[in-house]
Design a protein around this ligand. Structure first.
Ligand SMILES: Cc1cc2nc3c(=O)[nH]c(=O)nc-3n(C[C@H](O)[C@H](O)[C@H](O)COP(=O)(O)O)c2cc1C
Ligand code: SF4
Length: 284
């Protein structure tokens, strides 16, 4: 308690009104001999007014990011209910919230002030906007499979089974859900595409560990026949060129489709914004 008080007090002092101070804390460690909900009530009684926001999580990561097989939406409600009454500061909680109705109920019933959404935002970063605009049927719902979590344990880039372009929205400078409509009547055959190719008029699905690019090389060798076949171009894109993340492959397919009428052969012209971390000290 003393340590937490000092950390919070120092942080609030350092932030000096320039930023809010949030305290993320477990609702109950669920360890039997660990921190219990009763102790958290005590913490709130003593320190409840120090930070600007209380952010509640639960147990270990397995408990907190429970898979849908073992945890329902809003599964932390029984632990978080009642804590808001112990502080005048706003509280945020989580629980794989994807249904606007469940979110609204938590707020209306005075259980939470804010809805936290980690996995639901990974599955659909536009979730708040879609709720605000009433586009509920457009919500790309997190199914609680926890493939996103596995990246942390396999030291691999985070992936989402419901949102192949996740994490690349800002880097690529595109909006994955807003794309140009079709402008040409030409037909396209997609060979070897995954789900990204299924919107095409025809797709031949190919999976193999060994390089098999003969459809493309053979076609290129018959270049002289293209005019008779009314074939205008044959290109390898995405993972057919080099393995990459799913988001990179999706982006490549999208770029190819959008540039169909004005193709660029400069495959290196891939926009990729990098975050530049600045250690600036005091900010004016
Ligand atoms: C990929 C991933 C990474 C996470 N990393 C952290 C973290 O670094 N610190 C933390 O306190 N919680 C972390 N969490 C837990 C979330 O903040 C959240 O408490 C939990 O996923 C339950 O919320 P949700 O049901 O909205 O996903 C992570 C969750 C996911 C899915
Ligand atoms: S991978 Fe996507 S759908 Fe699965 S739990 Fe994570 S965010 Fe939800």
């Amino acid at each position: 308690m003393r340590l937490l008080r000092e950390i919070l007090t120092d942080t609030v002092e350092e932030a000096a009104g320039r930023a809010a101070t949030a305290c993320r804390i477990t609702l109950d460690e669920l360890l039997g001999d660990g921190i219990t909900r009763a102790e958290i009530e005590e913490v709130l009684g003593e320190l409840g007014e120090i930070p600007d926001l209380w952010d509640f999580a639960m147990g270990t990561w397995e408990d907190d990011s429970a898979t849908s097989r073992f945890g329902a939406e809003g599964g932390e409600e029984q632990y978080v209910a009642g804590l808001k009454a112990l502080t005048s500061k706003p509280v945020v909680g989580v629980g794989r919230f994807t249904s606007p109705g469940a979110m609204v109920r938590m707020v209306h019933q005075g259980i939470l002030d804010f809805i936290g959404a980690a996995r639901p935002s990974i599955a659909d970063p536009y979730l708040p906007q879609k709720i605000e605009e009433g586009r509920l049927e457009d919500i790309r719902e997190c199914i609680g499979c926890n493939i996103c979590v596995t990246g942390d344990f396999t030291m691999s880039p985070i992936r989402c089974t419901q949102n192949p372009s996740m994490g690349a929205e800002w880097r690529r400078g595109w909006h994955p859900e807003v794309y140009r409509g079709r402008h040409a009547d030409g037909k396209i055959l997609v060979v070897g595409a995954g789900p990204a190719g299924l919107d095409a008029e025809a797709a031949v699905l190919v999976t193999a560990r060994l390089l098999e690019d003969s459809p493309l090389t053979d076609l290129r060798a018959r270049h002289h026949e293209w005019p008779d076949l009314r074939l205008r171009s044959a290109r390898a894109i995405g993972d057919a060129l080099a393995p990459g993340t799913i988001a990179a492959a999706v982006w490549e397919g999208r770029r190819f489709a959008e540039e169909l009428e004005n193709p660029t052969d400069d495959a290196d012209a891939t926009p990729y914004r990098r975050e530049v971390t600045q250690l600036t000290g005091q900010q004016e």
